[in-house]
Ligand binder design. Structure first.
Ligand SMILES: [Zn+2]
Length: 304
């Protein structure tokens, strides 16, 4: 995107003229946020006509959020991994902060060290946000099963000319991604009609000292925020299960409850003799996602 006009930090938002993807923008606002003395963000707000939303009618999806993987879905796709952005950069962050605390106050070196810390914090936040955006978008958009997705990917890649350089290969991959996105756009009615999530007590989990860092690193609050507006944009309904709904402790086959199930029990084993899943090892998070999606059926039946 290219915009003309000098941004001015003293004026919070002002109209500018510019161009994006070859389209001339007539109304746009630009403002600057300061992260540190040396690090600024330029935000550009553009007015766009919103296309009419087509209500989604596809199968509902239950989504179980967790710390071991970001989300496990009931539709059989592989678990969505989370970024662990803080965990991966924690050592470096500690080193930078230690260096900052040892710099003389008011010195140029201290200012530089402060900038280094601010930049790393921004990088961690960006990595986390990127992973969350990809995850929430894949939930609201993709009506394709993993195998359908792979076959479509191979088909689209075969239509493109063979890449000669690494840059071409990268460009080709991007193009395929865009094409898959467009294909799923056309199939809007196949998007999940309803998404079911747990109403997690994120603030409460953060009060647990052992969990706090991992919970903050996942970014569950941001996940919820994104899924809320993205489902609205895509004509999907969003349902939050009650905070005390025992999604992990209940067998999705027969509703038998494993009362003493622990947080460390990763495999769910049903002990109900009459259940078709009697003593069949089930993944804890997948079982929870199945329980959540069964709420969707109840909810949709109540609407009819
Ligand atoms: Zn069972």
């Amino acid at each position: 995107m290219c915009v003309t006009g000098e941004p001015d930090a003293r004026k919070p938002a002002r109209p500018v003229r510019g161009e994006a993807d070859g389209n001339v923008i007539t109304t746009a606002w630009m403002w600057i946020t300061r992260a540190s003395r040396l690090l600024h963000y330029v935000s550009v707000l553009v007015e766009e006509a919103v296309p009419q939303v087509i209500p989604a009618t596809g199968n509902p999806i239950g989504v179980d959020l967790g710390i071991s993987s970001l989300a496990v879905c009931s539709d059989g796709r592989p678990p969505i991994k989370h970024a662990k952005a803080l965990r991966a950069n924690l050592k470096r962050l500690k080193r930078y902060q230690r260096h900052l605390s040892r710099c003389k106050k008011g010195s140029k070196n201290r200012e530089k060290a402060r900038h280094q810390v601010a930049r790393l914090h921004a990088r961690i936040a960006n990595i986390r946000e990127d992973v969350l955006h990809q995850a929430t978008s894949s939930l609201v958009h993709t009506p394709l099963s993993p195998s359908e997705r792979i076959s479509l990917k191979t088909h689209l890649a075969s239509l493109l000319p063979l890449p000669k350089t690494k840059a071409e290969q990268k460009r080709g991959k991007k193009q395929v991604k865009k094409l898959i996105h467009q294909t799923t756009e056309i199939n809007a009615p196949l998007r999940p009609q309803l998404l079911v999530l747990e109403d997690l007590n994120v603030e409460g989990m953060k009060r647990n000292r052992k969990l706090a860092r991992a919970v903050s690193d996942v970014g569950m609050g941001e996940f919820r925020k994104q899924i809320e507006y993205k489902s609205l944009w895509n004509g999907e309904m969003l349902l939050f299960a009650d905070r005390f709904f025992p999604s992990s402790k209940t067998c999705h086959g027969c509703h038998w409850k494993w009362e003493d199930m622990d947080l460390s029990d990763r495999i769910f084993i049903c002990q109900n003799l009459a259940c078709p899943l009697f003593q069949v090892p089930q993944d804890r998070d997948h079982n929870a996602a199945e329980n959540l999606v069964s709420l969707a059926d109840e909810y949709l039946a109540s609407l009819r």
